[in-house]
Design a protein around this ligand. Structure first.
Ligand code: T46
Length: 144
């Protein structure tokens, strides 16, 4: 799979009291952290996401419970089971993503390198595929 989604596992700082994970920008995630948000209380059967970001870089982690994250770079698709607070997924720019099968207790924590900007979203799959093809064609033109 070519989609570069695997972030190294977060370092577990545990002792006899339990576990702790610290996340620092440019260290545990590959960017300076500008925004953190979390998704929780997702109703049964709900699917979320269904967009790509033009430039935003994000790292997501299910700190509690589980869900499935689908990543699609326009060529390949992969389903990732997110169920480990130490394992995160990198959502690169121009990767279409969908989340489904949220457990009732799922808390999906997301670190992002920029503030919220609706104009950075591509929420239409055909428009996403057009942008992927355009980027591929201009890369081919540049290399020839
Ligand atoms: C993403 C996936 C993983 C804000 O006002 N500020 C924010 O920082 C965010 C993230 C959302 N919003 C507003 C925009 C919508 O009116 O909250 C509402 C729900 O957002 P959305 O429908 O985009 O939620 P998801 O779960 O489909 O997508 C979210 C993030 O928006 C998105 O960037 O990559 O989680």
């Amino acid at each position: 799979v070519q989609i570069p989604y695997q972030n190294p596992a977060f370092r577990l700082l545990g002792d006899e009291r339990g576990s702790l994970i610290a996340v620092e920008g440019n260290k545990d995630v590959p960017f300076e952290i500008a925004r953190v948000y979390y998704i929780f209380g997702t109703k049964d059967g709900v699917e979320r996401g269904f967009h790509a970001h033009k430039a935003l870089k994000q790292v997501a982690v299910a700190v509690r419970g589980s869900c499935i994250m689908k990543l699609d770079d326009g060529q390949e698709q992969i389903d990732i089971l997110m169920n480990d607070p130490a394992k995160s997924v990198y959502i690169a720019p121009m990767v279409w993503h969908e989340m489904r099968e949220f457990s009732e207790d799922c808390v999906l924590l997301v670190f992002a390198d920029q503030g919220y900007d609706e104009s950075d979203y591509i929420r239409n799959y055909d428009a996403f595929m057009d942008a992927v093809r355009l980027a591929k064609n201009s890369a081919t033109a540049l290399s020839s």
